[in-house]
Design a protein around this ligand. Structure first.
Ligand code: F6P
Length: 348
């Protein structure tokens, strides 16, 4: 057997542990492992090279991905799938393991439909892939968010300020909610729960009245703030292969901080500041959780190949590693559930 492994989409800490696990488990079977560089683009363009035991040694604790990554949608351009299939044949790949988020897994499902034996491994700091309780990279990202909120508390309190912390999350509020709960954010804005600027200001006002003369507000980059959404109806330019708008250019943290200060500076004599955590959330060494998750999912992917089960995504459900059809995942997002949203409100 010769298998290929690739990483696609935004990088996260935990990809290298998954690559290492796929390779190590495959080597134990006496199989060969090839690295497909730069995501699906590497399969299309033939950027493929053999991996040795040494290549995957010493990478467990290293962030990013040793294989490189890209957002390449093979389903978009006529002929790309055929080129990728031809390269899989040319390099003698019997199966492919694709580690990625909704886009990468969507291409994986597409390739499966075209006859490529493929397995997906869920990775995204957004944590919004259906069928798995956790995705590789999320735990490290929310740990970074909680650390940042911890640090912001003292300066917000010293200066009696509102500090808005903008975090990532393209469609869902998992990072804002979990990072916000862990860091003790005083208000959390996410796409799942539309909020208005007056609601946020009223909350700040009530905290001031109760003697808490500072507030930390966590906002997901895609949060639905009524005044902002209506102002930007139609959205901005689309910038990548999957048609995604760059949400960092929305500047939600800045908009929110300015709106709060404008409305409350005279009344409460407060100032507001904002911090965009951005790609810091995708950096650093993977947490213990992400190292173990990547390892467990990577090993299970190879077990599936051994059993000849393809077109599936490995997943964590409860404490068990299992697998589900890729078709159940492609193009869908797992939203933050209502119970968790209610939990955040208990601590405002
Ligand atoms: O999908 C993961 C993610 O980190 C999103 O949370 C964010 O909107 C996007 O990627 C940022 O992507 P880029 O790497 O293109 O800046």
């Amino acid at each position: 057997m010769r298998i290929g492994v690739l990483t696609g989409g935004g990088d996260v800490p935990g990809l290298n542990p998954a690559i290492r696990a796929v390779a190590r488990r495959a080597f134990d079977e006496g199989w060969e492992v090839y690295g497909i560089m730069e995501g699906w683009r590497g399969l299309r363009d033939g950027l493929i090279r053999p991996l040795s035991r040494e290549d995957v040694s010493g990478i467990l604790h290293v962030g990013g991905t040793m294989l490189g990554s890209s957002r390449t949608n093979l389903a978009k351009k006529p002929g790309d799938v055929e080129k990728a299939m031809a390269n899989a044949g040319k390099f003698g790949l019997d199966a492919i393991v694709a580690i990625g988020g909704d886009d990468t897994l969507g291409v994986c499902a597409h390739m499966s439909r075209h006859g490529m034996p493929a397995i997906g491994i869920p990775k995204t700091m957004d944590n919004d892939i259906p069928g798995t309780d956790y995705c590789i990279g999320f735990n490290t990202a929310v740990t970074t968010v909680a650390d940042a909120i911890d640090k912001l508390h003292s300066t917000a309190e010293s200066h009696h300020r509102v500090i808005v912390v903008e975090v990532m999350g393209r469609y869902t509020g998992w990072v804002a909610v979990m990072g916000g709960i862990a860091g003790g954010a005083d208000y959390i804005l996410i796409p799942e729960v539309p909020t208005s600027i007056p609601e946020v200001c009223e909350h700040v006002r009530q905290r001031w009245a109760s003697g808490k003369r500072f507030s930390i507000i966590a906002v997901a980059e895609a949060a639905c703030i009524k005044e902002v959404v209506s102002a930007e109806a139609g959205c901005g330019p689309q910038t990548d292969d999957f048609g995604h708008v760059r949400l960092d250019t929305r500047g939600l943290g800045s908009t929110l901080a300015t709106a709060i200060e404008d409305r409350l500076k005279d009344e409460l004599h407060l100032e507001a500041r904002f911090v965009v955590l951005g790609h810091l959330q995708r950096g650093g060494s993977p947490s213990v959780f992400d190292r173990v998750l990547g390892t467990r999912l990577g090993v299970h992917a190879v077990e599936l190949i051994k059993e000849g089960k393809f077109g599936r995504m490995v997943a964590l459900q409860g404490d068990s590693i299992t697998d589900i059809p890729l078709e159940e995942v492609a193009g869908k997002q797992r939203k933050v559930d209502a119970d968790l949203c209610a939990l955040t409100r208990m601590f405002y």
